[in-house]
Ligand binder design. Structure first.
Ligand SMILES: CC(C)(COP(=O)(O)OP(=O)(O)OC[C@H]1O[C@@H](n2cnc3c(N)ncnc32)[C@H](O)[C@@H]1OP(=O)(O)O)[C@@H](O)C(=O)NCCC(=O)NCCS
Length: 162
């Protein structure tokens, strides 16, 4: 099944007729001083299947119960470079080049390794100017971006077409 079309508006009410509100997305941006980490390396995203299955993601695909978010995410990871930390990775991040700096497309940490600073290490290893989106209710991701010195600069209401 194709993924539903998605729109982001700066207001919730009125939303577009026939579209479902999936959440409030906040976008962070800022400069993170690089801090190279000898335990960070790049792996084929396809090899992260077990880790990806364990992470409690909260992006738009995961907020829509009409979508098989896990298989869509695994499909998306095929052929992508994922930055990982440690020899048996418990954390990964996929980055891409944006208009300004680097976009954090996807970042995830195994729940058993949460709060140990693994996500921070991945981002600091790459360093530079980043933008990253997450949802308003994702306290761990927001805390992560804020402690890296990034600032919220955009807030949008996200809708999926029925
Ligand atoms: C967001 C995520 C990547 C953070 O990974 P992490 O390795 O635990 O991150 P770090 O340890 O570097 O930093 C997380 C910070 O958030 C804090 N935190 C964790 N859970 C929290 C919660 N529920 N509420 C508030 N803060 C929280 C941690 O204590 C830490 O802050 P501190 O260093 O000041 O103590 C991880 O929680 C995750 O994989 N979440 C699911 C996927 C996800 O949401 N991805 C990102 C957005 S799409």
């Amino acid at each position: 099944m194709p993924l539903p079309k998605c729109v982001a508006l700066d207001h919730l009410d009125p939303g577009p007729a026939g579209w479902r509100h999936v959440g409030t997305r906040v976008t962070y941006g800022g400069y993170v001083r690089p801090h190279p980490d000898h335990e960070v390396w790049v792996q084929d995203g396809e090899k992260l299947s077990d880790l990806v299955s364990a992470v409690n993601f909260s992006g738009r695909l995961w907020r829509d119960d009409r979508i098989d978010a896990l298989s869509e995410t695994k499909k998306w990871l095929k052929g992508k470079d994922a930055w990982v930390v440690g020899s048996y990775p418990a954390a990964f991040a996929v980055f891409s080049g944006g208009i300004v700096g680097t976009v954090i497309n996807l970042i995830g940490v195994h729940p058993a390794a949460a709060g140990l600073g693994l996500a921070e290490r991945l981002i600091r290893h790459v360093g530079g100017t980043f933008t990253a989106g997450t949802y308003e209710d994702n306290a761990a991701a927001r805390r992560l971006y804020e402690k890296l010195g990034m600032k919220e600069f955009k807030r949008e209401e996200v809708f999926h077409e029925n």
